[in-house]
Structures are given as C-alpha cells and as structure tokens.
Design a protein around this ligand. Structure first.
Ligand code: UD1
Length: 366
C-alpha cells in the first residue's frame, strides 16, 4: 500500500489553530509522513510560540524565519526560502490554510514544482480586493488542486469562478475542531482574575486590519465609538503588534473604559471570549469562534468573507464609521439566537484526511 509525504505550512497566528487538528490526524496515520514548515511570518512568543505549546503542535521540521516586510518582500522571501525545502523533502503534496501571505507564497512554489496543492478554507470571498487576504485567497484557490471548504458559500464562489466541481470538497471548519477540543481546558484559565475582571459584564475588542488601524483619523473614529460603548460595557483589548505600533506612533485618546492588554494565548483568549457579553473585531476567525460560542459579534468591517456567521450565527456587520457602529450596538439590545453552521462540529480534520486519503489512494488507518 502506498505511503505519502505531505508538507503542512504554518505562517501566522490564525493558521495555527487550523493546522493543529489536521496535523494531529495526519501524524496519527501510518501511511502518511507529515512535515511541518513554519515560515516565521509571525515569530515571537506571544504571536506564535505559546500557540504551538497550547495547541500541542510539534516543533516545526523547518523554520524559514522570514519575519516582517512589505507584502512583496515577505511573499518573495517566503518563496525563496520554501523552494529549497520542497526540493529537499520532495513531498507528494502541500497543505496550506487560510489567507495569509505564507498561504499564497507556498502554494505558488508547490504548484510550480508540480506538487498537489491542498487549500484548507477555500472559496471564502469578501469581494473586496483592497484586502490583502482577498488577493491571497483568489490566487491560492486558482492554483490549488484540492479545495476544502469550511462553509457552503465557498463552493458557490468557487463554482462561479469556473473551478471544476470535482476539486471542491466540503469538510467543515478546522478552527472549530480546535475550539471544541480546547474549550473545557480554557474554562480553567485564570485570565479574568489576572485582568481584574469582576462579576460584571464586559466586552472584548481586537483590531489589526490595515484598513482600520493604519489611518490615524479612521482609527481615532473607531476608538471613539468603542469608547462610548465602553462607558456602559467595559472593554478588554488585547493589542496586536501592528496596532500597538500605530497606537505608539499616533496621538490617540482612549476614552471610557477600554483596557489595553498584551496579545493573549489561545486558551486565555478563548476563555475571555466565552465569558464576554459582546465581541468587537475585524478578525476573520473570531467571527466564526463567536458564532460557536453564541456570543454577539460586531464585525468592524463593511463586508465579510464568512457569510454563514451573519446568516446563521451571531455576527453583525457593524461597518467602520462611528455612526454605523453605534447604530448596530443600539439596535442589538434584543439578542438574536444564532445556530451553528453545518459541519462546524469538531470533525473537520477527519473529513480532510478522508479527502486526502481518497485523492492519494492510501488506505484507511488501522
Ligand atoms: C497577518 C495576516 C492577516 C492575519 C493576521 C493575524 C497577511 C497579509 N496578513 O497580518 O491575514 O489576519 O496576520 O494576526 O498575511 N509582528 C510582531 N510579532 C510577530 C508577528 C508580527 O511584532 O510575531 C509585527 C510585525 O513586525 C509587523 C506587524 O506585526 O510589523 C504585522 O505583521 P504582518 O505579518 O505584516 O501582518 P499582520 O498584520 O499580523
């Protein structure tokens, strides 16, 4: 019976919780050798190291240590450093997840070396090409051989772009596999007492998209709207490094009760979200996690590539102006019960492995 070798690519924080369940499932398969490559797009303890430990990800077999740079520099550097790894490891295929620069860069290298490219979380579209992630999604999907989707919109979008049906497989949401595996453990986190949060209600805020934090005037407007909300609901704000740089370089007034904290680890953040009354974010993954946790999520964007979270879950597109955010907050006082989208059930990794097994013609485990 044939055996195969796959390279799995980890690049930035949101990749780690999607990779952990599939890495575990593949490493447990006797006919698969799974090699982990960390590009080093995110590299420090708070953005990377603690996630590897908490998610039980193995030490990467290769660390490309690319660090930061402009999009062109970072993408090019990842490609330059990934190609020799591909040549040395000679895998049958490469698994990339999500929409960060590492996803697109490694998919490009692998396809040019004529290896099977597997894109996990394929087909999501914001239809907003000013987002760097949308470009990464479009390019990666166009060159991938197997497109594994996390929600039904993925299939529709891919078919509309002319991708043939036999390449598309609905496997569900890997990020939710991680959430379900770790939620009980996360409940034992001491983060609420560490942050001095008492018994009262509170909100959680994350912001890092260039469109929201790079322009001083716009970022100030967002902070002032959130400051108003925080007068009645104190808000805890783990600050992403990009956002921290902006806060330090501009003149921002934080009004109300917005508490800045360091980026949190996976378990602490999961605990914080699960106990909160509202989440304000421009992240992709947090829209999905809040839907599963049943916590109202105010997405500080005008669009989402994850429509299931709005149509079925607890997500509300609040826009990016102070007026639209405050209006969404006012209108939301009667809480809408959401439901959990199909296949966000904790078994997405098993379905991914099944697709890979059939594609490469390898036997079931055991
Ligand atoms: C990247 C992804 C984005 C994802 C986000 C999650 C792309 C195009 N963007 O954006 O899709 O939602 O990660 O966090 O791939 N930095 C640190 N420590 C780190 C990592 C980064 O201090 O461990 C600093 C860098 O020096 C850089 C800034 O944070 O200046 C931003 O990092 P970068 O990789 O450029 O993109 P993100 O904004 O994090």
């Amino acid at each position: 019976m044939p055996t195969i070798k796959l390279i799995l690519v980890a690049g930035a924080r949101p990749n780690f919780m999607k990779l952990a369940p599939i890495m575990k499932a593949l490493r447990g398969h006797r006919n698969v050798t799974a090699v982990l490559v960390h590009t080093g797009q995110h590299y420090d303890e708070k953005m990377s190291g603690q996630f590897f430990r908490e998610l039980d990800l193995p030490v990467p077999d290769h660390n490309l240590e690319v660090g930061s740079g402009s999009h062109a520099q970072q993408t090019a550097e990842i490609m330059k450093r990934f190609e020799p790894v591909m040549l040395a490891e000679n895998p049958d295929g490469v698994v990339v997840v999500g929409d960060v620069n590492s996803t697109m860069a490694c998919a490009l290298v692998a396809t040019k070396l004529q290896r099977t490219v597997v894109h996990v979380e394929a087909g999501l579209r914001s239809f907003d090409r000013s987002m760097p992630e949308e470009i990464n999604r479009l390019v990666t999907d166009a060159i991938s051989d197997l497109l594994l989707t996390s929600e039904q919109s993925g299939r529709r979008n891919l078919l509309a772009e002319g991708i043939s049906e036999d390449r598309i497989h609905f496997v569900g949401n890997l990020m939710i596999d991680s959430l379900r595996q770790h939620l009980e453990q996360a409940q034992r986190s001491q983060i609420l007492s560490t942050l001095g949060i008492g018994d009262g209600k509170f909100g959680v805020l994350t912001l890092h998209r260039p469109a929201n934090v790079d322009d001083e005037q716009h970022f100030s407007e967002l902070l002032s709207a959130l400051g108003k909300i925080s007068e009645t609901l104190p808000i805890y704000f783990p600050v992403h490094p990009r956002t921290k740089m902006r806060l330090e370089s501009g003149v921002y007034r934080l009004n109300g009760h917005i508490h800045l904290v360091e980026p949190l680890g996976y378990l602490d953040f999961l605990c914080l979200m699960s106990r909160s009354s509202a989440i304000f974010t421009d992240s992709g993954g947090i829209q999905e996690e809040s839907t599963v946790l049943g916590v109202p999520c105010f997405t500080l964007r005008n669009n989402t590539e994850r429509p299931a979270t709005v149509e079925e879950g607890t997500n509300i597109l609040a826009g990016t102006s102070a007026k639209s955010i405050l209006a969404a907050w006012e209108a939301s006082q009667q809480h809408r019960e959401g439901r959990i989208p199909e296949y966000w059930d904790g078994h997405a990794a098993a379905r991914c492995v099944d697709v890979l097994r059939k594609h490469f013609g390898i036997a079931r485990n055991g």
